[in-house]
Design a protein around this ligand. Structure first.
Ligand SMILES: [Zn+2]
Length: 130
């Protein structure tokens, strides 16, 4: 979950229109304003404080990274994300790591053989030419 709810923004030429459109009036280039986090563009590289919805660890991350990794409005740290992925793989495929599943490995090898003429694409002539 996102902990930061307000953030200081330095008003600059490229973003002034954006914030005026969001309702922040009487601002000029060079002002430092406090905005609601929901008004920050989702692709912003501003650092925000977030908490893992699984283990509760608090960390700082870029706002765009937070937006990239939220799933069903939940945010998970790397450690929990791996555990959740492994659990999902176990439920879906019967193994924690997908490439440990023979069917998936065979299918991957078959595709690589057809596409690259080698089960390891990096070792194929086609791959070396790229
Ligand atoms: Zn966690």
């Amino acid at each position: 979950m996102l902990i930061t709810n307000k953030i200081e923004i330095n008003v600059q030429g490229p973003n002034i229109k954006y914030y005026i459109d969001k309702g922040y009036n009487n601002i000029k280039v060079g002002d430092i304003i406090i905005i609601d986090i929901k008004d920050l563009p989702i692709g912003s590289h501003t650092k925000v404080e977030v908490m893992c919805d699984c283990c509760g660890i608090i960390k700082n991350t870029f706002y765009f990274t937070y937006n990239k990794y939220i799933k069903d409005s939940n945010y998970f740290c790397n450690k929990c994300n791996i555990q959740i992925r492994n659990k999902t793989n176990l439920e879906k495929y019967g193994v924690e790591f997908v490439l440990n599943n023979c069917d998936i490995k065979q299918k991957s090898n078959k595709t690589n053989l057809e596409k690259y003429n080698n089960i390891i694409p990096q070792k194929s002539d086609i791959f070396k030419r790229k």
